[in-house]
Design a protein around this ligand. Structure first.
Ligand code: 6R9
Length: 650
């Protein structure tokens, strides 16, 4: 391995930092030795209508049950809005930066209160009650945050579907959680292009209806003014509705373990899972990690570039920052529009202090050249963050040297939809940095590496990453399928939460995430089950079989490589390739667009019929020398065919 460059904590990073190394060590030890006591103290960082007396009640064995602060009563929107009003009613809660650089606005906490209360009243008026599921399919506009908070105000459970997903994917998620109320916009706007959100919603609702789920109402925000179809008995304009209701709405009393939101995420098998997070523990964990990981101080301008359709947007655009009374920036656009300076221009424009983005964006902007960065000031920056996939040391160093001018610490934060918040990360004033390492566990987090047989690995080692005990932000179940929750996360290594990631621990106890060890690929920081892409491919009537693997991609991290076997008598052609790409985009969405499709006369299978993906991965990487043992294949000749096709680029 190449020499690792250690970046020591600089004196300026420590100076005003909330946590230095000594404090980290002390708190970490306390949090592991006596989690009850530690979380009893930190659970009080949010306001409770009725304080909890029980702190932790969790078990990773048997039926698996996870409860935190279970007898406490609170409300998320109250914590993100009401409790700040006295002190910071006129402080900006949300800075919105539109796709077009001339489009922006600021929303104070007082205004946020009114927007959220009105929307909550609209939902109530149309029959949405505590426990009902509301699907949100929105662009990155403040109304997306209002919608989330309005749900929490009345105890409805939101399920946000990323605006890049297709009508089919949206329908699947509406049906799975039986959601009868949808909030969307006429169109989204990204990089100057419009996205037909209302039109997609109409299509999704038709598909859902055929599967027995009737959406009663669609609330539509007018974003672009583009033409949309309208169904009077079902569709409601947001701007009309909010005018007609009161500007106050009591927050509903929620038990700590009442559901807060569902977020669908891809796994190695089957359909996406509805990850369920609950109220109290999630908010404690999101707000605490937001404060300490980003060394957030009162008055800081904080910007996370994620979309609210992903967990990063939930925890670190909306819930964590707003629970802390922060000013959070919400960006509608893309990194390279109107130019590759956009991120850095926005940082200067709004004097952003904390900036949190993904390696795929960093790599793309690195490729665009340093001058786009160096012509901007970026003097306001104090902390940089990275999330979503492993960051390669070259991109890390560029982020550090060029974007941060060697002056600003980088927090490489490892976590998952399932974990609710950051689990492994540096703390800016405490942790010496190594480019490419997520470094050390956050308070209360106990990582463990195990080999494939489940043997615990000590010291410096390479293995499968598990977490041995619960933390408050952990998911509680798969919506409607607890058995799948237990099977997916707690059965591979009994009594432990298995993350699905591979990981190396070095001699300093630093963690280096090496990527997924299951059939999940990470494309531009978006999680994709290879099984989902395969099922989209085989749903095409000319495809008989498909196998999908990830392969290294310079900008996306991983690209999507598909092997496709055709129905008898169908000829392979470039047009068919295009047709298949379009088909997958239609079935799932543009984020699942295959990068490469290779015609495969046959797939390498074991005698029991299991596809040997290991071999397919190697071929996709052009690594023909290291195919390993192929003797267990039912028909070893298949492999030569695949290599030949790969080399002929057929
Ligand atoms: C927050 C989020 C989770 C998967 C996770 C891992 C990868 C996320 C990472 C990282 C290396 C980091 N991942 N952050 N890998 N270093 N800092 O991304 O959630 O969409 O559920 O993805 O992403 O493989 O298992 P999610």
């Amino acid at each position: 391995m190449s020499e690792v460059h250690v970046h020591r904590v600089q004196p300026e990073w420590k100076e005003n930092a909330l946590i230095d190394n000594k404090t980290y060590q002390k708190w970490y030890t306390e949090s592991i030795k006596n989690p009850e006591k530690f979380w009893d103290k930190h659970g009080k960082r949010i306001d409770w209508f009725k304080p909890y007396t029980k702190v932790k009640n969790t078990s990773f064995t048997g039926k698996v049950s996870i409860k935190w602060f279970e007898d406490g009563v609170t409300n998320v929107s109250y914590n993100c809005i009401d409790r700040h009003l006295k002190k910071r009613g006129n402080q900006t809660a949300i800075i919105w930066e539109g796709d077009n650089p001339y489009d922006d606005k600021k929303i104070t906490y007082n205004e946020l209160y009114e927007h959220v209360c009105r929307l909550a009243n609209v939902m109530k008026k149309h029959g949405v009650k505590k426990g009902d599921r509301v699907t949100i399919y929105m662009p990155m506009i403040p109304e997306a945050a209002y919608a989330m908070l309005a749900c929490t105000r009345i105890g409805a459970v939101h399920s946000i579907v990323f605006g890049g997903f297709s009508p089919d994917a949206l329908a699947g998620r509406i049906v799975d959680c039986e959601s009868t109320f949808v909030i969307t916009a006429d169109e989204g706007l990204r990089g100057g292009k419009s996205i037909p959100l209302k039109d997609n919603t109409d299509k999704a609702i038709d598909i859902a209806a055929r599967q027995g789920i009737t959406v009663e109402n669609v609330l539509v925000v007018r974003r672009t003014g583009g033409k949309v179809s309208w169904y009077d008995n079902r569709d409601l304009w947001y701007h009309d509705e909010v005018r007609a209701v009161k500007a106050d709405c009591e927050p509903v009393k929620m038990k700590a373990e009442d559901p807060l939101f569902i977020l669908y995420t891809s796994g190695s098998t089957g359909k996406p899972k509805g990850v369920l997070h609950t109220t109290g523990g999630y908010l404690v964990y999101a707000s605490m990690t937001h404060q300490y990981v980003f060394d957030y101080h009162d008055g800081d301008i904080y910007w996370c570039t994620a979309d609210v359709g992903w967990v990063t947007g939930h925890s670190y655009i909306v819930y964590g920052p707003l629970a802390n009374g922060a000013t959070t920036l919400m960006f509608e656009g893309v990194p390279n529009y109107p130019s590759a300076s956009r991120f850095w221009d926005v940082i200067d424009k709004h004097k952003v202090n904390i900036f949190y983005t993904a390696p795929t964006a960093i790599r793309a902007l690195m490729g665009a050249g340093d001058s786009h960065v160096t012509k901007t000031s970026r003097k306001s920056l104090r902390v940089l963050g990275s999330v979503g996939e492993p960051i390669n040391p070259e991109a890390w160093e560029w982020y550090f040297n060029v974007v941060g001018d060697k002056r600003v610490p980088i927090v490489d934060t490892w976590w998952q939809t399932e974990t609710g918040g950051i689990l492994i990360t540096p703390l800016p004033g405490a942790t010496d940095l190594k480019a490419g390492s997520a470094t050390r566990p956050f308070f209360g987090v106990q990582p463990q590496l195990v080999d494939n047989e489940g043997q615990v690995l000590e010291g410096a080692a390479d293995g499968n990453l598990c977490i041995v005990d619960s933390w408050p932000g952990q998911m509680r179940t798969v919506y409607g399928d607890h058995e799948r929750f237990v099977q997916t996360y707690f059965s591979t290594y009994k009594g432990k939460y298995f993350t699905g990631d591979g990981c190396r621990r070095d001699e300093d106890g630093y963690y280096w995430i090496t990527g997924r060890v299951d059939d999940v690929i990470n494309v531009s920081g978006h999680r994709m089950g290879t099984a989902e892409v395969e099922s989209a491919l085989v749903s095409h009537d000319k495809v008989s079989e498909a196998a999908v693997v990830g392969y290294p991609h310079d900008v996306k991290g991983q690209g999507i490589y598909c092997y496709v076997t055709l129905m008898n008598g169908i000829e392979w052609s470039d047009d068919l390739r295009k047709e298949l790409v379009a088909h997958v985009r239609k079935e799932i969405g543009a984020i699942a667009s295959p990068d490469k499709i290779q015609f495969a006369p046959g797939l390498p299978k074991t005698r029991s019929g299991k596809i040997m993906r290991r071999i397919l991965r190697k071929i996709a990487e052009d690594d023909f020398g290291a195919l390993g043992d192929t003797s267990t294949l039912a028909d070893p000749a298949v492999v030569d065919d695949l290599i030949e096709h790969r080399q002929n680029k057929k």
